[in-house]
Design a protein around this ligand. Structure first.
Ligand SMILES: NC(=O)c1ccc[n+]([C@@H]2O[C@H](COP(=O)([O-])OP(=O)(O)OC[C@H]3O[C@@H](n4cnc5c(N)ncnc54)[C@H](O)[C@@H]3O)[C@@H](O)[C@H]2O)c1
Length: 380
């Protein structure tokens, strides 16, 4: 099939790769020009020219859906993508939205806007992306995909497209179900992570080893699911998507108290971590502190919404002399990663496989581990 993808970031690229590898012809359009990532000149065109969309049968939107400065949904990239379609697509196509957003986005923010301007009677479907960066077990191919079209014709064509590279497609009754399911999945994680973060604080105050309790609880074979405490949540899904759900909830008069409380607990973790370090070592003023791991998760280079930035802010508030090390990120905010040596304190926020436990322990006489992966040191 002839596919065009609007947005060639993490999601758009991985979709392009799967689609090309499975006999589709893909145009990958982005506002930014970037290094070529897929060398298949016959079947893949990476472009910044919106006119290249004109020949597609299926157009997939995979653009960022962040929060604005008031932590409310920012759909500006989706709006610009709609304009791009209106201006450049002159025949009837299937438009699929894979970007995460609140229920009603496909119907009201995409289909209504495009039809209002072009009136071509395009088909529309929602299939929110679920891929987990760095997870080798669950990929585009074997992660079940949710899908619903605004019409049965749209659903059928979207099914045909995704069947070329997905093992399991779950058709739901409306796009709103697919959109809400995606938000609920990530809200489930956000709330459970907040719960375990709160529990870590309770068990520490009670002088009970948190991780041993969690391991013990996880032996229950039913009705329990394991989550681990940490310095907060990062990336652009877990800290962001629940606020999309809270936003629509409040628009219809339902206070999303759980989501707000979970955000508070998770955002409070960097200050809690620094308070635990200060409790152990005393004043942090003038102490040379190394924050190990500024990516938001293990073995990825993504620093978006990473809790390390908040840990560093907290340490600076205590007048510590702060450096950071990250063997995967390398350069961050114009600075390069420090060596793992010569510090008073090391706080492990994210541990990549590239850094050994012994090299982290050798970096400072006091190590505080937020990850639960370094033995014999203080931590969450
Ligand atoms: N990264 C993930 O793990 C993940 C997982 C599931 C869902 N999602 C969702 O998928 C969507 C995309 O995420 P991502 O991680 O690929 O983002 P990203 O920031 O990596 O990439 C988005 C790309 O879109 C481009 N872009 C922005 N506006 C554009 C426009 N109007 N036209 C063309 N290109 C445009 C940007 O230049 C960028 O290259 C978001 O809604 C996100 O929440 C992401």
């Amino acid at each position: 099939m002839k596919i065009a993808i609007i947005g060639q970031g993490f999601v758009g690229k991985s979709l392009a790769k799967s689609a090309v590898e499975n006999a589709n012809v893909v145009v990958g359009f982005d506002l930014k020009s970037m290094q070529p990532f897929l060398l298949d000149e016959k079947n893949y065109l990476q472009t910044t020219n919106p006119e290249d969309l004109s020949d597609a049968e299926v157009i997939v939107i995979a653009v960022p859906t962040p929060l604005n400065s008031e932590r409310k949904p920012d759909l500006s990239a989706i709006r610009i993508a709609c304009e791009t379609i209106i201006e450049n697509v002159k025949k009837r196509v299937l438009v699929i939205n894979e970007s995460t957003s609140y229920p009603g986005t496909l119907r009201n923010e995409i289909a209504a806007v495009i039809e209002g301007a072009s009136g071509l009677g395009h088909m529309y479907a929602a299939s929110p992306e679920r891929v987990d960066p760095g997870n080798e077990n669950w990929t585009q191919k074997n992660t079940p995909r949710l899908l619903a079209g605004l019409t049965s014709e749209a659903t059928a064509l979207a099914l045909k497209f995704y069947s070329t590279f997905c093992d399991q497609i779950i058709e739901v009754s409306t796009p709103e179900v697919a959109e809400a399911a995606k938000l609920f999945e990530n809200t489930f994680r956000q709330v459970n992570i907040a719960l375990v973060n709160e529990f870590a604080q309770i068990s520490n105050a009670l002088d009970i080893p948190t991780r041993e309790v969690l391991e013990a609880a996880a032996t229950k074979p039913f009705g329990f699911m394991s989550f681990q405490p940490g310095p907060g949540v990062g990336g652009h899904c877990i800290p962001v998507d629940p606020s999309y759900l809270a936003y629509v909830a409040e628009n219809v008069g339902v206070p999303a108290e759980f989501i707000k409380r979970a955000n508070q607990v998770n955002l409070g973790m960097p200050a809690y971590v620094v308070s635990r370090v200060a409790k152990d070592v005393g004043s942090l003023k003038g102490k040379k502190v190394l924050v190990v791991g500024v990516a938001y998760k293990t073995n990825v280079s993504d620093t978006r919404e990473a809790p390390a930035a908040l840990v560093i802010d907290e340490l600076k508030k205590q007048n510590a002399e702060v450096s950071w090390h990250d063997s995967v990120v390398g350069t961050w905010n114009g600075q390069t990663s420090s060596e793992l040596e010569g510090f008073d304190i090391a706080i492990v926020v994210t541990k990549h496989d590239a850094d050994s436990e012994s090299s982290i322990k050798a970096s400072a006489p006091y190590v505080f581990d937020c990850t639960g992966s370094i033995k014999g040191v203080a931590g969450l």
